[in-house]
Design a protein around this ligand. Structure first.
Ligand SMILES: Cc1ncc(COP(=O)(O)O)c(C=O)c1O
Length: 364
């Protein structure tokens, strides 16, 4: 398949549109001059529209993990109790960051392929009146599970300890409805290479006034991800260090194009493609890893049929049919393969995936 363009259906980096590709390839500009400042201002305005928030948003030059680290070190101190409700590998990693920085973490794990159980959230929070914050992965990319943030939020907002509510929406925001202000999310993190259709290299983090009030008391060490520095520079629509200007060119174009389409239409497209794919996979008699009620609008996991070597399967899909899918991660490694459908994805792309799966299965 060398030389041919692949149908890249991994959960990030996602394919760029030709307009974004062109925008990202332009000549560099001075990141301290007016043209850059106008671009950053436009990006933040468009992100506030998609995040549905009036909160401040910062652009960090890093992959998504940098955003998750910033969400820990800026708001907490050594020994503070942080509660993580996790459903897979990315939830584990966020909890690991907090642990390494010396937080007193309480991680409540749910089985891979299932969403967070609300009753358990209610019980755990009632028993932990001293918790400083609650952390949830919106869309667990390693299994394709979407957590119901709206229904969990009230347990956090009525908690006597007034904990912060932090959400990793790295692989959902921009494709899935997450109205930050309406649902009271203090800190949300996402990354450029997912539903935003831009190259990898920029993490985005939003901070509510409640979270900001905690920043002054937070004692965890930080330098590169110190949001107070980002805030200082954001007054001028700049960043403290050199930003990934090329990535921002792409992100700026992608956001402008997405804004023209409108968020509701984009969210609807992702739900429709998910449902179409799931129906098609069932017709192929493939087993879905996640039940319908928890199914992610951006990533779909297929249980690897017995007696199939998934490395071989992925290789045939790629080399013969030009369809690039992902394997599982952590607990799901060797159990599932994943089809991503976020950002720049069409019905035709999904039809091609299904046709390739059908033919490859017949061959194997
Ligand atoms: C939910 C989630 N969290 C965190 C990450 C880590 O992001 P990155 O690989 O950009 O550092 C990912 C990446 O796939 C993710 O999907």
């Amino acid at each position: 398949m060398k030389g041919k363009s692949f149908n890249l259906r991994i959960p990030g980096p996602t394919p760029l549109t030709s307009a974004v590709l062109k925008a990202a390839a332009r000549q560099m500009i001075n990141h301290r001059d007016h043209e850059y400042e106008e671009m950053q201002k436009r990006i933040i305005g468009n992100l506030q529209y998609f995040f549905q928030t009036k909160n401040e948003i910062f652009l960090l030059t890093s992959s998504g993990m940098g955003g998750l680290e910033a969400a820990i070190v800026n708001f907490f101190s050594l020994g503070e109790k942080l509660v993580f409700f996790t459903v897979g590998e990315f939830g584990n990693r966020w909890a690991q960051i907090a642990k390494r920085y010396g937080a007193n973490i309480l991680q409540i794990k749910f089985p891979a392929g299932k969403s967070i159980d609300k009753d358990e959230v209610c019980r755990v929070l009632a028993e932990n009146k001293d918790c400083a914050a609650v952390f949830i992965t919106h869309n667990e990319t390693s299994s394709g599970v979407l957590n119901d943030i709206k229904s969990i939020a009230p347990f956090i907002h009525t908690h006597p300890g007034k904990p912060l509510f932090l959400v990793d929406s790295i692989s959902a925001m921009g494709a899935v409805n997450l109205p930050l202000d309406e649902w009271g999310i203090d800190v949300a993190v996402t990354a450029s290479q997912k539903a935003w259709m831009a190259p990898p290299g920029i993490a985005m983090i939003s901070v509510s006034p409640k979270a900001r009030a905690r920043e002054v008391h937070a004692k965890m060490p930080k330098y590169y991800f110190d949001l107070s520095l980002y805030r200082e520079f954001s007054v001028k629509n700049q960043t403290p260090a050199t930003p990934a200007v090329g990535v921002l060119f792409g992100l700026d174009k992608a956001l402008s194009d997405m804004r023209k389409i409108g968020r509701e239409k984009i969210f609807r497209k992702h739900l429709e493609l998910r449902d179409y794919l799931r129906q098609g996979l069932r017709k192929l008699r493939l087993e879905l890893f996640v039940p319908d009620k928890d199914a992610s609008p951006t990533v779909t996991s297929i249980v690897i049929p017995q007696a199939i070597d998934y490395h071989h399967w992925l290789e045939i899909l790629r080399e013969k049919y030009g369809v690039v899918l992902a394997g599982g991660m952590g607990e799901t490694k060797g159990k599932i393969i994943r089809v991503a459908h976020m950002g720049n994805v069409s019905l035709q792309d999904i039809k091609e995936v299904m046709a390739a799966l059908k033919k490859s299965l017949q061959e194997i």
